[in-house]
Design a protein around this ligand. Structure first.
Ligand SMILES: C[S@@+](CC[C@H](N)C(=O)[O-])C[C@H]1O[C@@H](n2cnc3c(N)ncnc32)[C@H](O)[C@@H]1O
Length: 152
């Protein structure tokens, strides 16, 4: 984990932050608008991950829960960097804690890894299981209580 973190480039400042004169810098290309608490993306793979997950959750009467750290990746190229920095390759077995929308999971399985994903929120676990239902490269488990783990 330490070598993974050391090999990643520093994270740039938030797109919503203002410079010293109180002026916001131009938005990166994939971001079209931001409000006080959120911003919206266009034409990127992560838009699909994020918005399809929001729709799937909404159809079950759910919204992301901040108490579970459910902040999701909008820039999927970061997932590619994570996978590449970890040297994930064909045939690897990866333990992913908290797959959320499955955006990193997707990159890992595309790299040829078999993924064991453990998700605390059963709604997210169902979502990610359904998303990759056609693959036998993924096992999703969810934690019901610290001593009870269920496999899908
Ligand atoms: C930051 S989000 C996942 C990000 C994911 N890579 C994405 O972009 O969609 C963290 C996920 O971890 C899950 N989670 C939180 N606490 C957990 C725990 N103790 N064990 C397993 N999963 C947990 C949350 O429900 C959430 O889906």
């Amino acid at each position: 984990m330490i070598s993974l973190l050391q090999s990643l480039s520093p994270i740039s400042s938030s797109p919503t932050s203002r410079n010293r004169n109180g002026v916001r810098p131009p938005l990166p290309n994939h971001i079209i608008q931001y409000s006080r608490r959120s911003f919206y993306v266009r034409n990127s793979r992560s838009e699909d991950d994020y918005h399809s997950t929001l729709k799937a959750l909404k159809s079950r009467g759910r919204i992301p829960r901040k108490s579970l750290g459910q902040h999701y990746m909008l820039n999927s190229s970061v997932n590619e960097q994570l996978s590449s920095a970890a040297g994930v390759e064909d045939g690897d077995l990866v333990l992913e804690i908290g797959p959320g929308t499955g955006s990193l999971t997707n990159v890992l399985v595309n790299a040829g890894a078999t993924v064991l994903a453990i998700e605390k929120d059963p709604h997210m676990a169902v979502h990610v299981r359904e998303r990759f239902a056609s693959l036998d490269q993924l096992t999703v488990m969810f934690i019901f209580a610290p001593d009870k783990i269920y496999e899908f």
